[in-house]
Design a binder for this molecule. Structure first.
Ligand code: FE2
Ligand code: FE2
Length: 330
């Protein structure tokens, strides 16, 4: 392959489990599979690609940019702010784009390693869903924004780790339970608060698929968690909490600041002050929306699959995640 330098390889030992029982057994999983077949869409024809991103408007809400409300922001002209917003948004959406590719790879593994046919069939549909998500975000970035950014080291670590783990339930906890819960909150926020109607419509389409993917975790994990030993269950809890912490922290869009001309000293300063800025901007509606939505979803989903032990509760508390005021409807 001529593009070998643009790939990286994860060594993973996956069992390819061939089942000889193909008759439907799990009616709920079959129902999910039926929905997946019914609700397919085509990124080429179901998205209004005639729409362009308004050059005078941002993509992500400005209040999510690390320097919003600081001296750096105040010094910028409206044009410079839009330019930063475009790069910042492209950086964030690039990470989501890689996340979709990662999900496609994991689900390809899950087709093999999940033992029962109902789960295998559903996973085969998630492979194509994630291919479409990766496709649609890539096309948005290349055709409408004009720039993509590299995958961060921390996300790559998490992805590689999940791809290398042999047990299907670790992959599903890392992917369908934790990573997709976070991605769904991000897509929901973007759908509601983005100033760009094109990206909103893309998020809306992706979210319809994500509901099924999370449904897979909710159907498949509870029974499996019940079968684990106390020690194995603790390992899965730790893994879920660590994955959530890894996804929430360590996401600084350095390259976006470089692209609009900040120097190294300024970028280092911005990296340090961003947590303070995030706290100051906490009141903003979309920040509250994201936080409340993600915290409640993660809490409720971990509860439903049987991973919210007292230990997990205190781990989540360390990340600032507490019991939601009211349970989210199923
Ligand atoms: Fe996806
Ligand atoms: Fe997904």
């Amino acid at each position: 392959m001529s593009h070998a330098h643009q790939t990286h390889t994860v060594s993973a030992t996956i069992e390819a489990i061939f089942t000889h029982e193909l008759a439907p057994k799990d009616q709920d999983m079959r129902g999910l599979y039926e929905k997946a077949k019914r609700d397919q869409w085509n990124a080429s024809t179901d998205i209004d690609w005639k729409l362009d991103v308004d050059p005078d408007g941002g993509i992500f809400p400005d209040g999510l940019i690390d320097i919003h409300g600081t001296k750096y922001w105040d010094k910028m002209s409206p044009r410079e702010r839009n330019e930063l917003n475009r790069h910042f948004s492209a950086w964030r959406i690039s990470q989501l784009m890689y996340g979709e590719e990662f999900a496609m790879l994991v689900c390809g593994q899950l087709v093999n390693v999940i033992p029962d046919i109902d789960g295998k069939f559903f996973m085969a549909t998630q492979v194509v869903d994630e291919a479409r998500h990766s496709e649609v975000l890539t096309r948005y970035l290349l055709d409408k924004v004009g720039v993509t950014y590299p995958l961060t080291a921390s996300l790559r670590n998490l992805f590689d780790n999940i791809l290398a783990l042999p047990q299907w339930y670790f992959k599903t906890v890392g992917t369908q339970l934790v990573a997709e819960t976070l991605a769904v909150s991000l897509f929901r926020m973007l759908e509601q608060y983005s100033q760009d109607p094109l990206v909103s419509s893309i998020c809306k389409r992706i979210l319809a698929d994500e509901a099924r993917h999370m449904g897979f975790g909710m159907l498949s994990l509870p029974g499996q968690m019940e079968q684990l030993s106390a020690q194995e269950l603790r390992d899965v809890e730790d893994f879920a909490c660590d994955a959530a912490a890894g996804l929430l922290g360590g996401q600084f869009p350095r390259e976006a600041y470089e692209a609009v001309g900040f120097n190294r000293a300024e970028i280092e300063d911005i990296r340090k002050l961003r947590h303070e800025v995030a706290r100051k901007n906490e009141h903003m509606l979309f920040r509250q929306f994201f936080k409340k939505d993600f915290h409640a979803s993660l809490w409720n989903n971990m509860t439903r699959v049987g991973l919210l032990s007292a230990r997990a509760v205190s781990k989540l508390a360390n990340m600032g995640i507490a019991a939601p005021q009211q349970a989210v409807a199923a």
